[in-house]
Ligand binder design. Structure first.
Ligand code: AMP
Ligand code: ZN
Length: 114
């Protein structure tokens, strides 16, 4: 998948609308189009990285995780808690091949995930 046709690269470039909730120089956060919880935000690197399996930049990954925690705070999830998920590959349930971290909250999560 080239970054040209990648759905999330297109969101980063502003070619596809998204409900942005936060951004930094390295990452952006926007609402999932098909939310699985009252709060469901995706945090992605601006740079195209296909999945966690392809990730090599620790600072970029750190920036993603820290932005996820900031989003959780700003969405009012700190008291109740929240879940972060990174799906990788077919068995991981990854459907969009641009690394993204899900931030889910506003309800009690179950374990194990399906
Ligand atoms: P995953 O299954 O981990 O690859 O997650 C991909 C997520 O992207 C799903 O939760 C989708 O609902 C979400 N998604 C797909 N297209 C869009 C879009 N245009 N805007 C926001 N979220 C999207
Ligand atoms: Zn991409």
């Amino acid at each position: 998948m080239s970054s040209e046709s990648c759905l999330f690269c297109r969101i980063v470039r502003g070619e596809i609308p998204a409900r942005l909730v936060a951004e930094t120089d390295r990452a952006i956060a926007f609402r999932d189009i098909n939310p699985q919880a009252p709060v469901h935000v995706l945090v992605i690197p601006r740079r195209h990285v296909a999945s966690l399996a392809e990730a090599t930049d620790g600072e970029e990954l750190g920036a993603l995780v820290l932005l996820a925690a900031r989003v959780a705070r700003e969405e009012g999830l700190e008291a109740g808690g929240w879940r972060t998920v990174i799906n990788t590959g077919a068995d991981g349930g990854q459907t969009v091949h641009h690394l993204h971290l899900h931030v889910l909250g506003g309800r009690a999560m179950r374990w194990p995930p399906g």
